[in-house]
Design a binder for this molecule. Structure first.
Ligand SMILES: Cc1cc2nc3c(=O)[nH]c(=O)nc-3n(C[C@H](O)[C@H](O)[C@H](O)COP(=O)(O)OP(=O)(O)OC[C@H]3O[C@@H](n4cnc5c(N)ncnc54)[C@H](O)[C@@H]3O)c2cc1C
Length: 404
């Protein structure tokens, strides 16, 4: 029997699994797919925690500041390549070159040094998909009016055959290449070329230059961090349109950490249902290769990612939690005609008590003593308008791993 089974291996489930395994628990994560991290920028937003802590029923209000801060600190201890401070946001660049703020930013994405730059050199790898240098240049000129923005096109030999047949190279593919042996040599060559060009310039210009490099993800790669730390100018990564190498690398790092602590991951198959014993969850039933298998555990965590992750199924008639059929909070009106306004359906999810155990509809009665619900499955928050998608998954994941 497992100490804990976690259903769903996204940010929330993996972090819960890591914390529980670190505490000596024997944990199985069962996950149907990879979760949303691979689609995200890789940066983690905590939103305006001071305000959200006072928002009735918000997951932050249930957990309290001490637990949210503990989750944030824990994450950074696990992954020092991710940097952030409670209550402080840092600048990073969107895929279109506009600055935005985030709470925890991966190594390389921090764009604070652009404030002091006088020239921005935008590297433009040939044939990169979803990369629009002219739009980025315009946005940079608007956001950093003190800077001259120059575009520096360059060609990577390794992708010549792709270009020849008109195939574009995604940011993920470029990022993978830069991490390979030939990619590291090529990157050194490209950056050396830039250094030589800048060396020939008057010193004020060269000292105030920052280089933007799309399609590279330095966090978790010591060779890349070393190369970039040796350049005489700051090199800043841009976030990418989904799928993103930074988000994917974080997902891989979480998985690797979980396994290194002895956790087991059953990937590519979903939990169909849970067998119950009174007010306790008893067995997770998984269907694989046409056969049903039951996995028993003392405790369970539901981290199935809401509508996007597959944990909530919505049809024109109804919305349903897919594993246990738990009662859902469903707002009376699902949508708001204002396209960019707050969308009520985002608040759909499972209501829980302060221990994150599911409660009955409209009352605080705990439904299952040994089940916790975390991440995007929780009710009463909106990752987009509250701007705290990563923060809620990280804080509730840490909390559940601590309690399991
Ligand atoms: C496009 C996009 C961009 C984003 N950008 C940002 C950002 O910049 N900053 C930020 O902070 N947040 C961002 N977010 C939000 C953030 O990534 C998510 O809120 C967070 O990752 C959700 O984590 P989760 O673990 O709750 O759910 P998920 O990551 O969705 O994981 C749920 C997991 O459960 C699995 N699952 C579902 N049903 C079952 C089942 N029956 N059995 C087994 N497994 C199952 C799924 O396959 C999945 O692996 C973004 C999200 C998206 C979609």
């Amino acid at each position: 029997m497992w100490d804990g089974i976690i259903i769903g291996g996204g940010l929330a489930g993996l972090l819960a699994g890591i914390r529980a395994s670190e505490r000596g628990k024997h944990i199985l994560i069962i996950s149907e797919g990879v979760g949303s991290l691979t689609y995200s920028s890789g940066a983690l937003d905590f939103g305006d925690a001071g305000q959200l802590l006072n928002q009735e029923n918000h997951p932050y209000a249930l957990l309290g500041e001490t637990s949210i801060r503990a989750g944030m600190d824990y994450f950074q201890r696990l992954f020092p390549d991710y940097q952030g401070k409670w209550g402080v946001t840092q600048n990073l660049l969107t895929p279109l070159g506009s600055p935005r703020k985030a709470s925890i930013v991966p190594y390389g994405q921090n764009a604070e040094s652009l404030q002091d730059a006088r020239r921005i050199v935008l590297m433009a790898p040939d044939g990169m998909k979803d990369f629009f240098p002219e739009i980025i240049k315009t946005n940079l000129e608007r956001s950093y009016p003190q800077c001259v923005v120059e575009v520096y096109p360059f060609r990577v030999g390794a992708f010549e055959s792709w270009h020849a047949i008109g195939k574009s190279v995604t940011g993920m593919e470029y990022a993978k290449y830069w991490q390979s042996g030939p990619g590291i040599s090529e990157l050194k060559r490209v950056l050396n070329c830039l250094t030589m060009i800048f060396d020939g310039e008057v010193s004020s210009k060269k000292n105030e230059t920052a280089v933007l490099f799309p399609g590279i993800a330095t966090a978790f790669s010591d060779p890349l961090k070393e190369i970039l730390s040796e350049t005489p100018f700051p090199v800043i990564e841009m976030t990418a349109f989904p799928p993103s190498a930074s988000g994917h690398n974080l997902y891989c790092a979480l998985k690797q950490k979980f396994k290194s602590l002895g956790g087991e991951l059953l990937f590519g198959t979903g939990v169909q249902r849970i067998e119950l014993q009174g007010k306790l969850c008893d067995k997770a039933i998984v269907k694989s290769k046409g056969r049903y298998t039951a996995f028993s555990a003392r405790s369970f965590i539901l981290a199935t990612g809401g509508i996007f992750g597959g944990g909530i199924e919505v049809t024109p008639e109804a919305a349903q939690e897919t594993v246990l059929g738990l009662p859902l909070y469903v707002p009376a009106e699902l949508t708001n005609s204002e396209f960019l306004g707050e969308q009520p359906y985002a608040h759909m999810g499972i209501e829980v008590d302060s221990e994150l155990r599911p409660t009955g509809p409209g009352n605080k009665e705990v439904l299952f003593e040994n089940l916790r619900v975390i991440g995007r499955m929780l009710a009463h928050w909106d990752p987009w308008t509250d701007n705290c998608g990563g923060g809620v998954s990280l804080a509730t994941g840490w909390f559940a791993g601590e309690k399991l």
